[in-house]
Design a protein around this ligand. Sequence first.
Ligand SMILES: NC(=O)C1=CN([C@@H]2O[C@H](COP(=O)(O)OP(=O)(O)OC[C@H]3O[C@@H](n4cnc5c(N)ncnc54)[C@H](O)[C@@H]3O)[C@@H](O)[C@H]2O)C=CC1
Ligand SMILES: CCCCCC(=O)/C=C/C=C\C=C\C=C\[C@@H](O)[C@@H](O)CCCC(=O)O
Length: 255
Amino acid sequence: MDLKGKIVLVTGGAAGIGRAYCEELLKHGAKVSVCDINTEAGEQLVQQLSAKYGKDKVIFCQCDVTDYPQYEESFQTTVSVFGSLDIVINNAGIMNDRFWELEVDINLNGIIRGTLLALRFMGKDRGGHGGTVINTGSNVSLHPYVSIPIYTATKHAIVGFTRAYGDSYHVNMTGVRVIALCPAATETGFIQDVKKQLLSSEYEKAWQRDTANSIPQKPDHVARALIHILQKAASGSVWLVENSQPPQEINFQSQ
Ligand SMILES: NC(=O)C1=CN([C@@H]2O[C@H](COP(=O)(O)OP(=O)(O)OC[C@H]3O[C@@H](n4cnc5c(N)ncnc54)[C@H](O)[C@@H]3O)[C@@H](O)[C@H]2O)C=CC1
Ligand SMILES: CCCCCC(=O)/C=C/C=C\C=C\C=C\[C@@H](O)[C@@H](O)CCCC(=O)O
């Protein structure tokens, strides 16, 4: 897939991995709609990226993925500014097992909303021209972390959802590939100061054990993996990006 001129919507695009995605996509000639709940960070980023890649290449849409009408408006704005939509990256997420209903609403329901909107705006059966959806899992999508059971549940569910929508049954109707990208530890604000986000202090030992062998990778590494996945991945496939290694496709047949 040649990314030049492709229109990409990225949720949680103002910081961390999403921010690295936006820059890497712009480097490859794509046009990017940065969608984020954090307006200040999003607008600042778009100013910087516009100066580097051109004003007509990047926009900001204020978007809380728990708010369906606002999310829908971000899709509408993206299509009306850029004229089309080719790729949706459902990346926004939080880890806070103390506020687990919000966590489920952002991490899982947010991805469901984003995928359903993507199918509506890009699906061939809905008058669109097809496209690609990338859903963000985690290494904990594949191997549970005992310390963060609710976050783990959201990330497991994303893989099941992606494999179901990624099946040829849906793709033959919609022309939309659905793929999961599962990063492991990555150097962003997300993995710092975690204690207060665990369900209770009793989970701290388990967190130490779960993450004892983690070597966080750079967000830029995950962004380069995204490009590889966009270019090569089949619909329904699930990719792990871990330890600064090239993306590895997970084989579910052998499990
Ligand atoms: N950093 C890590 O070690 C790992 C991260 N991930 C996943 O990668 C994704 C991105 O994580 P990071 O970049 O590390 O996080 P981050 O905290 O650095 O950035 C997340 C972005 O999402 C935005 N956001 C939060 N709630 C939102 C909402 N309701 N609506 C729209 N935007 C919202 C934030 O404002 C922020 O800009 C998440 O889904 C996370 O679960 C997965 C595995 C490892
Ligand atoms: C709060 C994180 C929730 C889980 C995020 C996820 O999906 C997977 C994470 C996998 C490993 C995390 C390792 C974290 C290690 C840190 O506690 C620490 O070792 C490094 C923190 C500082 C840094 O940015 O290097």
